[in-house]
Unconditional design. Sequence first.
Length: 527
Amino acid sequence: MRLLLRGGTVVDSTGMRTADVAVDGELITEIGEIAPGPDDRIIDCTGRYVLPGFIDAHSHADGLLEDEAVQRALLKQGVTTVIAGQDGVSYAPGSGAYASEYFAAINGPYPRYTGGGVAAYLAAADGRSRLNAAYLVPAGTVRWEVCGRSTAPADEEQRAAMAALVEEGLREGAVGMSTGLDYAPGIFATTDEIAALCAPVAEAGGVYVTHMRGGYEANSAAGVDEIARIAEASGARVHISHFHAQAHIVAEQLEALARAGVDATFDAYPYTRGCTLLAMPLLPPDLSLLPGEAIVEAISDPVQRALLRREWFPKVERNASLGPEWPSMITLAHIGAPEFAWAHGLTLEAAAARNGADGIDFALDVLAASRLEVNAIMAVRHERPTSELAAIFSSPRHLGGSDGIFIGAHPHPRARGTFARYLREFVRETPTWSWPEAADHLATGPAARFGLARFGLGRRGRVAPGWVADLIVVDPQTVADTATYEEPLGEAVGIDDVLVAGRPVLARGALVDGAPGRGLRREHLGE
């Protein structure tokens, strides 16, 4: 049965025009004025825009692809594909045990993956979700598989073993490799080690995606300088994750990469607060690398606490992003210990006061009780105005990414609001992009960057005959985010009809039975 999207305005990176769109099987077959046939299923798009499904260039839905609430949250924003394996830590390759332990508060557990590498992860994503997922080989997970809990630089044999795992993941369909250089174990990787792992990425035509070292913002130059050295040594193309800093810093650093001959893009979401593991800024990295029981024992011991208070927390206070007032700048989003559920949505300062403790003791109590399964929203000293975000998003190197974390009772609103917020704020209310430019930043550009526009499984990212019918129907007057820092679970509005691989997955705002999503394998590497 053919699907016919009638009466809408077709929008992609090439422009916009009033036209019907015919879909047969997984593919778009015709665009124009199309007479309906007697067996056609009609989707009335009058007054609405038909766009390519959005591709979230930075997602943490890795283990949640089968969760219907997560699917709905993304589809209501127009997201049909996520790029998983971010920040250097995820399930494959290996058993997935490290990701389930260390990154439990970000990616969650994934029972579907029980080992077997990238091929097994992508196979587990086939036909079990309404969403597509592409995957980056996470370099931290690779390091864990080869070096274990070691904080020492990798030796030549270890580098070779890690490079072989990266190469294998690329051969099995990964779109590139990621690092998380503020997380363990990535923080212990040297520049030379990362460059060695990027060599097979460059050879395969993949992308090196990095949560760069050093905390971004005013420290961005150091992280970007390391990226330039890695790219020069390996020849890899680069994508910078969640590049958040003042607009002039972002522009200056991107220009520095361009002068160095580095092919670089970046993602940035339309919020100024961040979200991460609570342990990342509050515990020494070498402590975070210990087994869970050892960490709990250490941070529960009065002597060790006194040592942390004396020697580590002064460094937290000197953190440029936090400062001495850090307990007031951290809001608890997810706490793995049920006895602390009352603290969700409170700052560490407020929760500690309610508990009769100071910020340090309360934070360590929560981390110990949760076995580090805690994530938190990180405030910034100066909220960036819309005009500054607009300046960042106006860069042609920008791609849409949410950094969406769905784990938590009081999560960051970016998980449920990012893509609708782009459209509301930066297309309709503060015109930064035209509608075709929005399609480019949120669909066509990410598809091209990550090789999804030339897949053996089908081309994605445009509304054109022969391309896969991952399509969304947007009401340009009402599309909006409703999730806020105070009420973060509100779902987006204004996108009620979505197709994945030619099959309706959201119709009139309701989920449709079926799971046409798949693990997207990057093919024809190096072409």
